[in-house]
Ligand binder design. Structure first.
Ligand code: MG
Length: 308
């Protein structure tokens, strides 16, 4: 189906704006590109979240980035001024993996190639996480010995890890030869583009190598997987998906996630998606609404209260 005209939330009439904010009770919000950029702030995002909370909305955050310590997440939200923020208001793939492991009663140790911060979340949750951190003295002649499986693993965990190396990839390949060993993938984001436009290899590129070598398809626990939607519905008690609004900056991950889960969707242009991409997308892949940034909610609420 060809593209359709997606409405900008500030171009709606005052009546439509009121209907829009009355159409959801819960806001699920991506972080990078929405609340902040990876290494710089975005204006008035905390204020916008507080405006939503003042209107009685529950606001939770759903990131595909586990490579950030829990304390750093909490401090970032405090720094941008989000009130009443608690660590359990954010979900990311390491937490989803923990949920999955508990739910499926995986008692054996797991082999993880995830970041140290992701592993920390899992260990704090009681998971026996095994890693392999040999970085020197590795040659093809001793690779087989170094990556010899130490014991049967319950799962191989694969997610964003900027320190991922060849030894870990090799060990993961060997553990995955055991068909009883589960295989979990955190972030399947298809691309990572620098501000200069240069594309960098990312978690999903390395996952595709493992998939090709082992013939194994991972269970995805990050966006855009419906499984993550089921996890969120369970832990945040989301009884009516239609009354949830998912806010994200990625047309490749956030919007399909929201649509797959039956949420309303709002694409913000403050992150990785240029507006042309939204107009060029097929109608079924487009968001319900778009905005320049989440800070547009500040103006929207001011507009509604003026007309009240
Ligand atoms: Mg994002």
């Amino acid at each position: 189906m060809s593209a359709r005209k997606v409405p900008h939330i500030l171009k709606l009439s005052a009546k439509e704006q009121k209907e829009f904010v009355n159409s959801f009770d819960v806001v699920l919000c991506d972080c990078d590109g929405v609340m902040w950029m990876a290494s710089s702030p975005l204006p008035r995002t905390g204020e916008a979240v507080n405006a939503l909370k003042d209107d009685g909305k529950q606001v939770f955050f759903v990131s595909n980035n586990s490579e950030r310590p829990e304390e750093e997440y909490v401090n970032k939200f405090i720094r941008i001024g989000v009130k009443d923020f608690q660590a359990n208001h954010i979900m990311h793939p390491a937490k989803s993996m923990l949920y999955y492991i508990k739910k499926h009663n995986i008692k054996q140790p797991v082999f993880s190639t995830c970041s140290a911060d992701g592993n920390d979340v899992l260990r704090r949750g009681g998971v026996d996480v095994r890693t392999l951190d040999v970085k020197e003295g590795v040659r093809l002649s001793n690779l087989e010995e170094i990556t010899e499986p130490e014991q049967k693993m319950g799962a191989v965990l694969f997610d964003i890890n900027s320190n991922l190396n060849y030894v870990q990839m090799t060990a993961a390949t060997r553990y995955l030869a055991d068909k009883d060993c589960d295989f979990l993938l955190g972030a399947p984001d298809p691309r990572f583009r620098l501000g200069t436009g240069v594309m960098l290899p990312i978690c999903n590129d390395f996952y595709l190598i493992l998939k090709r070598l082992t013939g194994r398809e991972a269970t995805i626990v990050g966006k855009p997987s419906v499984l993550l939607g089921e996890i969120l519905k369970d832990i945040y008690k989301l009884d009516n998906p239609k009354r949830c609004l998912f806010v994200g900056d990625s047309l490749a991950v956030d919007i399909p996630f929201g649509l797959n889960c039956g949420f309303q969707t709002l694409l913000v242009l403050s992150g990785c998606t240029p507006i042309e991409e939204m107009w060029q997308a097929n109608a079924e892949d487009q968001p319900h609404f778009y905005a320049d940034g989440i800070a547009d909610f500040i103006e929207l609420y001011a507009n509604i209260s003026k007309k009240a």
